[in-house]
Design a protein around this ligand. Structure first.
Ligand SMILES: [Zn+2]
Length: 280
């Protein structure tokens, strides 16, 4: 009787969790067994909010190792609008210009969100409004890179617009979506929803902590991402030195972990999934 009771509670808990995360409509994809070069793990380095320190510090550091990354651009920022040519060149050199909305709306109702203004309050958005904003960014970025597919990063990691999970309203607009996972252990298992790509969000994080995350990805043969903001400046920053030390470590371990943009990793995942389907 006690076991049945606990099982019932567990079922309720799981159904509550899937409702909260939108995972009940999950379109899962299997993780590849191996990545280009034979690596068993993969990572995407992602940089949010179109910040000047990313232009000054992240782009040259990535270039030193020829790593390709994803820059989640918010259009209504000077780092984007004053530097269109730099982003155009970044795309030409292989970086992904990811979608991070026009105005960076976030849920003002969450704790610590006093800074969210009414015009950027995701709690006051409709599903149509957030979808329209994401469409507008796709159109603007297409003028820079000529591409029609790109990934998205949830602003502030929020999934709710007007209190409703907006994942399914934008699923057809983007190739996948990166979350901001509070749980750095949040490693992907065999299958996952492309609209819930987990990430280690860093802020004043040491190179050693970031390297420990990379080591976990390698030991679990899985895929992860890191969410950067400022690099040696701006907000939520990590130092230029710690960022460089992470890139050096990734470079030394290229045979173990593959580094590429979110879009390129998603293309590899889809390609391997369709190949597996055609074999079965
Ligand atoms: Zn952001």
């Amino acid at each position: 009787m006690r076991i049945i009771h606990l099982g019932f509670i567990f079922t309720l808990f799981i159904s509550a969790c899937t409702k909260m995360t939108g995972m009940d409509k999950m379109q899962s994809e299997p993780l590849p067994q191996s990545w280009p070069g034979g690596a068993k793990a993969a990572i995407a380095l992602t940089y949010d909010d179109s910040l000047i320190s990313q232009i000054n510090n992240a782009l040259p550091a990535l270039k030193a190792h020829e790593f390709k990354a994803t820059f989640y651009l918010t259009l209504d920022t000077p780092g984007y609008s004053d530097h269109l040519e730099i982003w155009r060149r970044a795309a030409k050199s292989g970086h992904e210009l990811g979608n991070h909305t026009v105005s960076h709306p976030c849920q003002a109702s969450l704790s610590g969100r006093e800074w969210v203004t009414k015009d950027k309050d995701l709690d006051l958005y409709s599903l149509d409004r957030i979808a329209a904003e994401i469409k507008a960014v796709n159109k603007a970025l297409n003028r820079l890179d000529g591409l029609t597919e790109r990934s998205y990063a949830y602003t502030c990691g929020d999934f709710l617009a007007g209190g409703v999970d907006y994942t399914d309203s934008i699923r057809s607009l983007v190739s996948g979506a990166r979350t901001v996972n509070d749980d750095p252990q949040g490693l992907l298992k065999e299958k996952f929803d492309l609209m819930r790509i987990p990430s280690l969000a860093v802020n004043e994080t040491s190179a050693n902590s970031m390297i420990a995350y990379v080591d976990r990805l390698i030991s679990q043969s899985t895929l992860g991402t890191i969410t950067f903001h400022g690099i040696g400046g701006d907000h939520l920053s990590v130092s230029h030195e710690d960022h460089k030390a992470l890139l050096d470590y990734l470079n030394e371990n290229r045979d173990l972990i593959y580094v590429d943009s979110v879009q390129n990793l998603l293309e590899i995942i889809r390609e391997q999934a369709s190949r597996a389907d055609s074999i079965h």
